[in-house]
Design a protein around this ligand. Structure first.
Ligand SMILES: *Cc1c(COP(=O)(O)O)cnc(C)c1O
Length: 300
């Protein structure tokens, strides 16, 4: 695993960015580890330290059958030699599922629960806590997660006018907003929610930092909702990969880079401004059978 002190910030050379007179950079948190998606590693870092302090016997966490957080936690716990259990939403899938196979290769024990009982996962968590396990919430979203993501900002080697991040729970974004405020930087933070009704990201940020003002949530780049795509998005993913060499995933980071290109096209930024996009990793999201099928159809 790369030490994140090796903070890779590189310029993206796309003709449309240059034509607009804008310098767009990407922070390659996807390079931290092939399966511990950049931001998942950051969210697990302080959760792991809290786990060690707690003297619990293992980690229990939650996620869907295609969750990057499940893959990441399994890989992380194998590396740290921590027993881990993944509570998976819904029936055990009948077909091949790369996320669950990888998680099991790393030694995670899986427990499938009905969608109904998953809704009250706090009750399930209580049960595991009583048995001596440390609970990491779904997506790694808690104070420890936010604290880990604040380090994205302390690592930066340049200051930027804008910083962009794709959001699921909003935990990573909350860390970025707080990190920027803590350093008094004049950087505006932009969240791209990948779910419908992404306004809730504002509440997530304000829940942690009630005074935060330095941010905007762009709610119209979800492409139909979580893990939904359109041929236009997938064609962009291909264009971006072929022009820059940077692979994105259709669930999170393709939506992020698409939104930046679109906002630039709409003339939202001033000439000469600098923009940083967070590549949060998540390549597993590209590799499911369904997603690869959609990609194949869209780029044919
Ligand atoms: C999980 C994930 C996110 C979302 O992070 P949040 O902190 O939940 O908002 C973004 N990008 C990728 C690649 C992810 O795997």
């Amino acid at each position: 695993m790369l030490s994140t002190n090796v903070s890779i910030e590189q310029k993206i050379n796309l003709p449309e960015f240059e034509a607009a007179g804008l310098d767009v950079f990407v922070k390659r948190d996807d390079m931290i580890h092939p399966f511990i998606s950049g931001n998942k590693w950051r969210k697990l870092k302080y959760n792991h330290l809290s786990f060690l302090k707690s003297c619990c016997k293992g980690i229990v966490t939650f996620g869907g059958a295609f969750s990057n957080h499940i893959v990441a936690t399994a890989a992380f716990c194998a590396e740290k030699q921590v027993e881990c259990i993944g509570i998976i939403r819904g029936e055990k899938p009948s077909g091949i599922n790369h996320v669950l196979i990888l998680a099991q290769l790393w030694g995670m024990k899986l427990e499938f629960v009905t969608r109904e009982s998953y809704k009250s996962k706090e009750l399930l968590a209580e049960r595991w806590k009583k048995e001596g396990y440390f609970i990491v919430p779904e997506g790694g979203e808690n104070e420890d997660g936010v604290k880990g993501c604040e380090e994205i900002i302390t690592e930066l080697t340049h200051t930027y006018n804008h910083i962009f991040c794709a959001s699921g729970t909003g935990c990573t974004f909350a860390g970025i907003v707080s990190g920027i405020a803590a350093q008094n930087l004049d950087t505006h933070c932009h969240s791209i929610p990948v779910l419908k009704q992404g306004e809730f990201i504002t509440n997530t940020v304000l829940g942690y930092f009630p005074k935060a003002k330095n941010f905007t949530v762009h709610t119209d780049y979800h492409f139909g909702g979580y893990a939904k795509t359109t041929p236009e998005l997938l064609q962009f993913l291909k264009y971006f990969a072929s022009q820059t060499g940077i692979l994105t995933d259709p669930v999170y980071t393709a939506k992020l880079f698409y939104s930046i290109a679109d906002l630039i096209k709409k003339g939202v930024f001033k000439k000469g401004e600098t923009i940083l996009a967070m590549h949060t990793g998540g390549l597993a999201g590209l590799l499911s059978e369904k997603m690869l099928n959609d990609v194949q159809k869209s780029i044919a």
